[in-house]
Design a protein around this ligand. Structure first.
Ligand code: GLU
Length: 290
């Protein structure tokens, strides 16, 4: 089977070191397998979007020598495909409208586990749409984190696939687009390990193939917190990419050769050294020493 991997950032800020590790990691694993690597901008959450960050993320990938195979997909253009998937789920009875408030759900540990809305329908207010989850344990294998199992009803409950504001939820959009882009392997940060069960379940309902999954350990800052855009982790420096690129490669188990050259040269040299078996499972240090 041919390999097609992807990097799928949300445009909620400039690319920081943690996202760089995910981008380089997904690129390395794909190229090591002789595969393709594509980029998808997950711009389906306008309130969280930072204007200009999609362009800045793409320019940063380019400055670090990471060029996608083929055009970038923008989720903001994919509404019709999400609607089609949603209609299929609705026709087959897997989704239900929900007017529950946070307070309604607080009594149930913040989760929805009834397979139907517990609040009274409010015809004047748009509902969220939730997917009914089964009380059944899903099992899969993560190529780095090992065997996984999850009871969706316990872990996620009936999860939202279309939000009250009408926005499509990440889980649905991600699954539809991984299918559309023919993604065979997903390599991403371990913060999304607990989304994988929901995504596999959606793939089954929508008749889509389940890709392989590999979740990279998170990059933590000096205080042991996840580097994230919301905590305003500093963007990587596109004017001097080599130090951060070298450090990202080291976090991925590759000691890249030092020497003159462009980021692209460094990536290709690293590819010769890279072995998926050298990837570490536990959390990684941040950019402290840069
Ligand atoms: N857009 C998600 C993020 O930036 C990643 C989605 C994925 O890789 O599945 O956290």
């Amino acid at each position: 089977m041919s390999y097609r991997g992807r990097f799928a950032p949300s445009p909620t800020g400039a690319l920081h070191f943690g996202s760089l590790v995910a981008a380089v990691g997904s690129w390395l694993v794909a190229r090591h397998a002789g595969g393709e690597w594509v980029v998808r901008i997950e711009d389906i959450d306008p309130p969280r979007e930072v204007p200009g960050s999609a362009a800045s993320i793409l320019a940063t990938l380019d400055a670090f020598g990471l060029s996608p195979d083929g055009p970038v997909m923008y989720q903001s253009t994919r509404g019709d495909a999400y609607q089609t998937a949603f209609e299929r789920l609705r026709t087959e009875g897997h989704v239900f409208p929900c007017w529950c408030s946070r307070a309604d759900l607080a009594v149930h540990g913040g989760m929805h586990r009834h397979g139907q809305c517990v609040a009274a329908p409010e015809p004047d207010r748009s509902p969220a749409w939730r997917l009914r989850t089964p009380d059944e344990t899903l099992r899969w294998h993560d190529d780095l984190q090992g065997p996984q199992s999850e009871n969706l009803m316990e872990v996620a409950g009936d999860f939202v696939i279309r939000r009250v504001e009408g926005f499509w939820a990440y889980q649905l959009a991600c699954v539809v687009d991984d299918g559309e882009q023919g993604i065979t392997h997903v390599v991403r940060g371990a913060d999304l390990l607990d989304s994988t069960g929901r995504q596999i379940y959606l793939q089954r309902l929508l008749g889509l193939n389940t890709p392989g999954y590999l979740h990279l350990p998170l990059v933590l800052d000096a205080e042991g917190r996840k580097l994230s855009k919301s905590d305003a982790a500093p963007p990587v420096d596109t004017t001097d990419p080599l130090p951060a690129l070298r450090l990202a490669l080291e976090r991925l188990g590759v000691t890249a050769p030092i020497g003159p050259g462009t980021p692209r040269d460094l990536l290709h040299a690293a590819l010769n050294e890279f072995k998926p078996a050298s990837l570490r499972r536990s959390s990684l240090g941040g950019m402290g020493e840069l």
